[in-house]
Design a protein around this ligand. Structure first.
Ligand SMILES: *Cc1c(COP(=O)(O)O)cnc(C)c1O
Length: 431
């Protein structure tokens, strides 16, 4: 019998996250304050204390608290690693193997649960009772609503209006967890009102962040939670790659290429960084490929420089590949990939040549066709965002096959598409 699935037992769940900061080829540039230091102080005040500490820690491994490991196990971790044997057959691959990590098997449908649970856990321990956040595609808002509720906290979500309007089911999902959900720009914050005055009716992730930060800072016992970009978010997400490494060990293999979609960089970092450790030590060679949209090709067309994380400039400046914090990006169905900048850690590694990036056209036809092939062969429905990784993995596999090179490709399925069927219909079945 051929088994195309590699499992870990619950007690094999990693006990520590991997922090890449001490292993980077140069120290990560510190966040900067354009003024008197007040923005950094502001961020510290609205953050969850333990997350802020983790943001700067130089410890190579960070303990995952036992209670949090129990929550991870409850949420279905460790997640399986699959060999895409049927997809390989459909592509006529003989030399190239494709594996995929199943972050789609998450209670709210995306990898974001990994950091949401950690943040809510630390917030509860610190006596915080409300977590405030922004969401673009809606996956982060759902993940945080879920994690907050399971830890006995309230969640308040500012949701980019253009998406809020059409993703009704996801809104219902957040409300089931008891979250308060506002369309952004809203009238309940100054940043939101200003956005409305500027005529930004559709909203943007940057503006929603500004609203959430302002809201959290005015409320007692509230903290702001971010779902991507920051070091501690990538740290929590390394659970993905750490599990995958153990799974490859079990089958005595090791990936030559790792592919994930990239908006802010958290699922890409999550699957890549534990393997990047081996590359930085000179033990292994791996190609890391970030799959992006031409709507927000931050790693490709961005410049590596200090920029704000949000439109209203509440956040400190961070050194990252950025398209500019005021950049207007065309709407796409894979809305989670629409962010103006890539995580500082990912940006630094890109700057040093460790990461390749590829951007796909905004009509997303090629992306959804790849997703359809994946559905038809593997049977699992990926999120539109994850389908960028699938597209890039298929393209890469075909190139190697043509050259007759034996390669093992690992891709991350960052989420499922059950709440994105409207997007599938629009792109694939509407004339
Ligand atoms: C949010 C999201 C992304 C993009 O965010 P990253 O931080 O770049 O990972 C990708 N896929 C899914 C399913 C998401 O929810």
């Amino acid at each position: 019998m051929f088994i195309d699935r590699v499992e870990l037992e619950p007690d094999e769940l990693p006990k520590k996250w991997y922090n890449i900061l001490p292993d980077l080829p140069e120290p990560l540039p510190k966040p900067k304050d354009p003024g008197d230091g007040s923005k950094i102080k502001f961020m510290e005040e609205v953050s969850i204390p333990e997350c802020w500490r983790q943001e700067f820690t130089e410890d190579r491994f960070v303990d995952i608290p036992e209670e949090l490991r129990e929550l991870y196990i409850h949420a279905g971790r460790p997640r399986p690693l699959y060999r895409a044997i049927r997809l390989e057959r459909a592509l006529g691959l003989e030399k190239v193997k494709i594996f995929y990590k199943r972050e789609d098997l998450s209670p709210t449908g995306s990898h974001k649960v990994n950091t949401a649970l950690a943040q809510a856990y630390y917030a509860e321990k610190a006596g915080i009772d409300t977590l405030v956040t922004e969401t673009g595609a809606g996956q982060w808002g759902t993940a945080l609503s879920y994690a907050a509720r399971l830890n006995g906290l309230n969640a308040v979500v500012f949701w980019v209006r253009s998406v809020y309007n059409w993703k009704r089911e996801r809104r219902t999902f957040m409300k089931l967890y008891g979250a308060k959900v506002y369309a952004s720009p809203s009238k309940i914050t100054e940043a939101g009102k200003k956005g409305l005055e500027r005529g930004e009716k559709e909203g943007s992730l940057g503006l929603a962040i500004s609203e959430g930060l302002e809201y959290a800072s005015k409320m007692e016992n509230a903290a702001y939670a971010l779902g991507s970009v920051l070091n501690h978010v990538l740290l929590h997400q390394t659970i993905i790659g750490l599990e995958a490494k153990k799974q490859f060990e079990k089958i005595d293999m090791y990936p030559d290429v790792i592919i994930a979609c990239l908006g802010g960089g958290s699922n890409f970092g999550g699957i890549s960084l534990p393997f990047m450790m081996d590359v930085l030590r000179g033990d292994k060679e791996i190609r890391f490929i970030a799959a992006q949209s031409m709507a927000a090709p931050n790693l490709i067309e961005g410049i590596y420089d200090y920029d704000y994380g949000d439109v209203a400039e509440y956040t400190p400046l961070m050194k990252m590949y950025t398209l500019g914090h005021k950049k207007r990006m065309p709407p796409i169905k894979a809305d989670g990939l629409r962010y103006h900048a890539a995580a500082p850690i990912i940006s630094l590694l890109r700057h040093h040549g460790y990461i390749e990036a590829k951007a796909y056209p905004i009509d997303e036809k090629e992306i959804f066709r790849a997703a359809k092939l994946f559905v038809e062969t593997e049977g699992w429905l990926p999120a539109p965002e994850s389908s960028y990784a699938i597209r890039a993995a298929i393209d890469t596999a075909i190139e190697y096959e043509r050259k007759g090179e034996e390669k093992i490709i690992l891709m991350n399925i960052s989420g499922h598409g059950f709440l994105d069927l409207y997007a599938y219909r629009k792109v694939l079945f509407t004339k």
